[in-house]
Design a protein around this ligand. Structure first.
Ligand SMILES: Nc1ncnc2c1ncn2[C@@H]1O[C@H](COP(=O)(O)OP(=O)(O)OP(=O)(O)O)[C@@H](O)[C@H]1O
Ligand SMILES: [Mg+2]
Length: 357
C-alpha cells in the first residue's frame, strides 16, 4: 500500500514543538519533504541551533512518521534557521536577527560574566553570535574574552574583533585601561549608535549587548536606536538586589522591550574542597522576582572559583571547565534564552513550502 502525502501531512500535524506549542507544519519547520515508496525524507528546521529539546523533538517526529502504515524508512535531517523577533517590523541592524540586552538593576552581579559565557555557549551550539560591550563606563568584555587585538577598519566601518567564535566590539578597545571617560548625553547616544550601525557585524543570529548596571542613559539610548528582541535580567539572590531588579524590569516595560527572562547568578557557593553548597547571598530571590513580575525564570549559576578565574584570564569557564555546574547552567540558560526568542519570533510563522520543489 502506497503511503499518501495526506497521511504524512496528517502525521506531521500531530507533532508539536514542545516550546512553541504548535505543530511543525503550522510553524513552517518541515522542509524538503519527499515520499518515495515507503521512504520518507524530510528536514526539520529548528528555530535555533541551541534548541533545548532537539533530541526529544527528533524522536517525536520519527515516532509519528513510523506510525503511518507503509512507512518503512525515515531519513531525517535537522538544521536551524533563527528567526527574528523583529520580523514583522524591520531588522534594525542589517544582517542581525536578534539583539538581546543583558541588564541588571545593580552593579557587580555578574552581567559581563553571564554575557560572555552565554555568547560562547550559543556559538558552541552553532549560532552566529556577536557581543557588544555597551558598558562604556567600565568596559571589560575584551579582557574576559581574551582579546588583545583591536578591531580593524574597513573603509569607514569597524570590523569587530573575534574570539571563541564570537564577534566582539567594546569601548574598551578605544580607550586606555586606566583612562576615565566622561560621557555627556548626546555623545553617549552617538557612541551607542555607532557601535551598532557602523560596525560590520555580518550575519548574526544573536547580538548580545552587555549593558552598564542600572536604568540610565545607555539603556534608554539603546532602546531608542534599535528594535531589541528582548532583555535578560541578571540578579543575585538577596533582597537588596531584587529591589533593583524590579526597577530594571519596569524600565524595560516602559520602553516596550520584551523581557526574555531572569537569571540568578552567584546562587550558592560550591566549596572546591568538600563540594558542599552554601547560600552566601541567600536563596531563591531570582525565582521570587520572576514570579512576582511574571517573567520566566531561566536558571541559576553557582558561585564558583573557576568562573571568576575564567573571567580574569580571558578563558570563559564554559570552555575551560565544560563539565562544571556553572558551565552546565550557562549552556542550559543559553538554550532557554534562545528558545524564548523563538517563542516571541513565532508570532510571525514562515509560510515557505513544505514539499521539496
Ligand atoms: N558565578 C560566579 N562565580 C564566581 N565569580 C563570579 C561569578 N559571576 C561573576 N563573578 C565574578 O564577580 C565579579 C563581577 O562580575 P562581572 O564583572 O561579570 O559583573 P557585572 O555585573 O558585569 O559588573 P559591573 O556592574 O561592574 O559591570 C567578577 O570578578 C566575576 O569574575
Ligand atoms: Mg560588567
Amino acid at each position: 500500500m502506497a503511503v499518501t502525502e495526506k497521511q504524512i501531512m496528517d502525521a506531521l500535524r500531530q507533532v508539536k514543538d514542545p516550546e512553541l506549542g504548535r505543530d511543525v507544519i503550522t510553524l513552517g519547520m518541515i522542509k524538503d519533504l519527499t515520499v518515495s515508496g515507503g521512504k520518507v525524507s524530510l528536514t526539520l528546521e529548528l528555530t535555533t541551533p541551541a534548541c533545548p529539546v532537539r533530541e526529544t523533538f527528533e524522536q517525536d517526529l520519527k515516532t509519528a512518521l513510523a506510525a503511518v502504515p507503509g512507512v518503512t524508512e525515515i531519513e531525517l535531517k535537522t538544521t536551524a534557521q533563527v528567526r527574528s523577533v523583529a520580523a514583522f517590523g524591520s531588522q534594525s541592524i542589517a544582517g542581525v536577527s536578534n539583539v538581546i540586552a543583558i541588564a541588571s538593576g545593580k552593579g557587580g552581579v555578574g552581567k559581563s560574566t553571564v554575557s560572555v559565557n552565554l555568547a560562547v555557549a550559543l556559538a558552541r551550539d552553532g549560532a552566529r553570535v556577536g557581543l557588544m560591550d555597551a558598558d562604556i563606563y567600565g568596559p571589560n568584555i575584551p579582557l574576559m574574552m581574551g582579546l588583545t587585538q583591536l578591531p580593524a577598519l574597513s573603509g569607514d566601518k569597524i570590523v569587530p574583533a573575534e574570539n571563541f567564535g564570537v564577534k566582539v566590539m567594546s569601548m574598551g578597545f578605544l580607550v586606555k585601561p586606566d583612562e576615565a571617560i566622561i560621557w555627556r548625553g548626546p555623545m553617549l547616544h552617538g557612541a551607542i549608535s555607532k557601535f551598532l550601525k557602523e560596525v560590520v557585524w555580518g550575519e548574526l543570529d544573536y547580538l548580545l549587548v552587555d549593558l552598564p548596571p542600572g536604568t540610565g542613559d545607555v539603556q534608554l539610548s539603546l532602546s531608542q536606536v534599535i528594535a531589541m528582541s528582548g532583555a535578560l535580567i541578571v540578579t543575585t539572590p538577596q533582597d537588596v538586589a531584587l529591589m533593583d531588579v524590579r526597577k530594571s524590569i519596569t524600565m524595560f516595560e516602559k520602553v516596550k522591550v520584551p523581557l526574555l527572562g531572569v537569571v540568578e547568578n552567584m546562587s550558592s557557593f560550591i566549596c572546591p574542597h568538600c563540594n558542599k553548597a552554601t547560600d552566601i547571598f541567600d536563596k531563591g530571590g531570582g525565582v521570587r522576582a520572576a514570579e512576582q513580575m511574571k517573567i520566566p525564570f531561566l536558571g541559576e549559576i553557582p558561585l564558583l572559583l573557576q568562573v571568576r578565574e575564567g573571567s580574569d584570564s580571558g578563558h570563559p569557564v564554559v570552555l575551560t571547565h565544560p563539565d562544571s555546574p556553572a558551565s552546565q547552567a550557562f549552556v542550559q540558560i543559553a538554550r532557554r534564552l534562545a528558545a524564548r526568542v523563538s517563542v516571541l519570533a513565532a508570532a510571525a510563522p514562515a509560510a515557505d513550502p513544505v514539499w521539496k520543489t
